[in-house]
Design a protein around this ligand. Structure first.
Ligand code: CO
Length: 132
């Protein structure tokens, strides 16, 4: 059902400061950067081989990522699995009593379609599905 690990999401306070670490210190290539006001985030995608690390910073404190940072501080935020058909995968998971945070897929970065599963359904890990 899951074809690959698409990316690992890391919550950060501020994208530019985090990029100093990830592009500067770690030497990763920045492949995409985008503000997504509808989700209250700014994100940066960094290449690691064929996969990515996604830095996610909140646009305001009263957003999901802002509340995550207030409660836990910066750190691992979610894991994203690549799927071939996100609609079919969501239907399958729904049939297996998985709790979905998105009723229908939404538009993700780089023309992808994404949906999140509740951490309760994945041993405490916020889990994202990505169809490229
Ligand atoms: Co993500």
């Amino acid at each position: 059902m899951f074809d690959a690990i698409d990316h690992v999401g890391i919550a950060v306070e501020e994208i530019d400061a985090a990029l100093e670490t990830y592009t500067g210190t770690f030497g990763m290539a920045l492949v995409h950067r985008e503000r997504v006001p509808a989700h209250g985030i700014e994100l940066a995608m960094l290449a690691v081989g064929a996969e990515h690390v996604e830095l996610v910073a909140p646009l305001a404190s009263d957003t999901p990522v802002g509340r995550f940072l207030s409660a836990r501080g910066p750190g691992l935020h979610h894991i994203a699995y690549r799927v071939a058909d996100i609609d079919a995968t969501m239907a399958t998971l729904r049939g297996r009593s998985v709790e979905l945070l998105d009723e229908t897929p939404r538009e993700g970065a780089l023309a992808s379609r994404i949906a999140f599963l509740h951490p309760r359904s994945a041993d405490g890990v916020l889990t994202e599905l990505v169809q490229r």
